[in-house]
Write a protein that binds this ligand. Structure first.
Ligand code: MV4
Length: 446
């Protein structure tokens, strides 16, 4: 096992990682920007190093400063959390060449899965269903247009450097195609410095269902069931749950086998997520693979009964993945509580939290770095807390989540709690009858 882990992150996930390290008996080093001096991750870690001014570029994204902090503290591993440098191949490479274990997959894996067209090609070759489309990137407009005709409209044009919805364009008919194709390329070039795009059949009203996988250094990979992540707004997930209300044993068996086959084919190491699109007819298609621990990992932990961060650290240290059959028991839902005002288009709302009380009781878990008097800095994402509810049945857990949200007091900043309470009372949500368009028609203001 590692002796000391540096956590190259902030907020709730930094705390989350520190907690697992403590239980493992591993020492921890927090890093913080000047805006995060008063953060809990700084107080909870054994040591803390200031790595620079508030902007991420000069602190949490600054590779030389992170490596220096790891070296002066004698850390033998770095946990990147999610966001920031978690999927930066260069960072994982520099860790490796500095003799520091990067807790995550190898640089080549991050690069391969970060290129969305290449990731799709890799999974297609492994025999995983992918959305019909161009095999790889497509340069020429005339060729692209021919491709779109043969796929059949509507088609979606995606940036290979994108992911998470950035650089995506839809074309419903041939007369829209040229414009959307050029727009996608221009946007991709501007956003990623890489204008390469690929084309797919547009799957209408899909669900986003993802599988948690865990691979060890010996080629073994297990899956820990699925998460339903269709409740999103502008490609930001707001509510996640496990299991998916759409899932049945047969589909889980097929999708889980595909997730394992895909991960094994690349000898995936560490915690990863295979994202699928699932259509109304239960056809599923590989979409992307995320090579990090995800925000929504707690819903999997609560139904599988496993500390995923602990497992992630253990496999990075050379442990084998468990061979015993793990399965999802009961139900768990997570609501992301952001410092955003749902009645004002989810406008970010940084500021000082004057009053703070987290819910408790049976089947309730709150992952947060916030406290009364804490000031949410304007520089980073606006996640204040992840409210998780769990129990035997989905019905029970939806009601428990409502009860927990009612108990949750956050004063001084507007939050997404009122939005979540509305969703918990929504008839379609309660029935499990939703897809990725659920929030398109949702009334946020009353
Ligand atoms: C799609 C799609 C429909 N058809 N691909 C959005 C994020 C990026 N990972 C891929 N995304 C989509 N790809 C095809 N061929 C619809 C989406 C999509 C979406 C996917 C998951 C969750 C929410 C979404 C919201 C809008 C579009």
């Amino acid at each position: 096992m590692f002796k000391k882990i540096l956590i190259a992150n902030r907020g709730e996930i930094a705390l989350r990682i520190i907690r697992s390290c403590k239980e493992l008996g591993v020492e921890t080093v927090a890093v913080y920007s000047e805006a995060d001096r008063d953060s809990l991750h700084v107080k909870f870690a054994d040591e803390a190093v200031c790595i620079g001014p508030p902007p991420s570029r000069e602190s949490y994204l600054n590779i030389p400063r992170l490596i220096a902090a790891a070296e002066i503290t004698n850390s033998d591993a770095i946990h990147p959390g999610y966001g920031f440098l978690a999927e930066n191949a260069q960072f994982s490479e520099i860790c490796e060449s500095s003799g520091i274990k990067f807790i995550g997959p190898r640089p080549a894996m991050i690069t391969a899965m970060g290129d969305k067209a290449l990731a799709k090609e890799t999974m297609r070759n492994a025999g995983i269903p992918v959305v019909p489309g161009s095999d790889g990137i497509i340069e020429d407009l005339a060729e692209a247009k021919k491709m779109a005709e043969s796929i059949g409209y509507p088609v979606i044009i995606k940036a290979t450097a994108g992911g998470g919805g950035k650089g995506m364009r839809l074309a419903w008919s041939p007369d829209e195609f040229e414009r959307q194709f050029q727009m996608a390329r221009t946007e991709a070039e501007a956003a990623f410095g890489n204008g390469s795009v690929y084309i797919e059949k547009y799957v209408e009203q899909p669900r986003h269902i993802e599988f948690q996988v865990l691979g060890d250094q010996y080629g073994e990979v297990i899956h820990l069931g699925e998460r339903e992540c269709s409740i999103q707004r502008r490609h930001q997930k707001l509510i996640e749950e496990s299991p998916s209300p759409f899932m049945d044993a047969e589909l889980r068996e097929k999708m889980g086998a595909a997730a394992i086959k895909g991960s094994k084919s690349v000898k995936y190491e560490g915690a990863g997520t295979i994202e699928f699109l699932v259509d109304k007819n239960r056809n599923f298609y590989f979409m992307e693979m995320n090579t990090r621990i995800q925000v929504e990992h707690p819903v999997t932990e609560q139904v599988v009964g496993l500390d995923l961060v602990r497992e992630q650290i253990a496999v990075a240290a050379g442990a084998k993945v468990s061979k015993k059959k793990l399965r999802q028991v009961g139900h768990a839902i997570e609501c992301r509580v952001n410092a955003e005002d749902p009645s004002k288009g989810f406008r970010p709302n940084p500021g000082t939290i004057s009053g703070f009380h987290t819910p408790g009781g049976y089947g309730v878990r709150t992952d947060t770095h916030a406290y009364a008097g804490y000031t949410i800095p304007p520089y980073y994402d606006s996640l204040i807390a992840k409210q998780i509810a769990f129990g035997a049945t989905r019905e029970e857990v939806v009601d428990r989540m409502y009860r927990a949200l009612e108990e949750f007091v956050i004063e001084g900043v507007a939050t997404t709690i009122p939005f979540h309470m509305k969703v918990m009372k929504d008839a379609r949500f309660r029935k499990g009858d939703f897809d990725t368009h659920f929030l398109d028609s949702f009334n946020f203001s009353d």
